[in-house]
Design a protein around this ligand. Structure first.
Ligand SMILES: Nc1ncnc2c1ncn2[C@@H]1O[C@H](COP(=O)(O)OP(=O)(O)O)[C@@H](O)[C@H]1O
Ligand SMILES: O=C(O)C1=C[C@@H](OP(=O)(O)O)[C@@H](O)[C@H](O)C1
Ligand SMILES: [Mg+2]
Length: 166
């Protein structure tokens, strides 16, 4: 088994939102690895970062992704930093990966003050600029399809993804 598609992109790209919409249109299950990690840790992501640190979160994330890539047959959304792992990038090379791209201004507007995203808890604009600059090449490297999301409605983006997957 393998996911129908894996959704990657920066925080605020709309991975969780668009992933759910695409799954709804296709009538298949949707899961977000952040939700799997929270269920396994028994606490929300900010608490994992506070209690256990980012490295512990990344270890849970690598494990959740490896399991989902092997076992899950729906639409799978990853967290924005998942592609920082070389091991994860290597696993993704065998899958259909949709990169939802977003520019800084839309990403900042969408994440606001970073609620629930511990990396963005302080100075979201500067942090997002840094994350986008660091990660854009990694998202592109794993992507089999790229969809630009700036200034577009979630339903419109989801339609484009569904069309790509046909
Ligand atoms: N295309 C879009 N246009 C406007 N707002 C969006 C769009 N996609 C997502 N959002 C909003 O932006 C926020 C972040 O979306 P989310 O799906 O959680 O992104 P990600 O999982 O990539 O971080 C949510 O409040 C969501 O409703
Ligand atoms: O960019 C990151 O490193 C992170 C993004 C978050 O997911 P979203 O991209 O869905 O916000 C979440 O996995 C965690 O807060 C770390
Ligand atoms: Mg998300």
């Amino acid at each position: 088994m393998a996911p129908i598609a894996v959704i990657v992109g920066a925080p605020g790209a709309g991975k969780t939102t668009i992933g759910g919409l695409v799954a709804g249109v296709l009538g298949v299950p949707f899961v977000d690895t952040d939700a799997i990690i929270e269920a396994e840790a028994g606490k929300p992501i900010p608490e994992i970062f506070i209690d256990d640190g980012e490295d512990a979160f990344r270890a849970l994330e690598r494990a959740a992704i490896a399991t989902a890539l092997a076992d899950f047959a729906g639409i799978l959304a990853l967290g924005g930093g998942a592609i920082l792992s070389e091991e994860t990038r290597e696993l993704l090379s065998r899958h259909t990966v949709v990169y939802l791209s977003v520019e800084l201004s839309d990403a900042v507007r969408r994440v606001g003050l970073g609620a629930g995203r511990p990396l963005l808890a302080m100075n979201p604009r500067a942090t997002l600029k840094y994350l986008l600059d660091q990660r854009r090449p990694l998202y592109s490297a794993v992507a089999t399809h790229t969809v630009a999301t700036d200034g577009r409605d979630p339903a419109d983006i989801a339609d484009e993804v569904v069309t790509l997957l046909k």
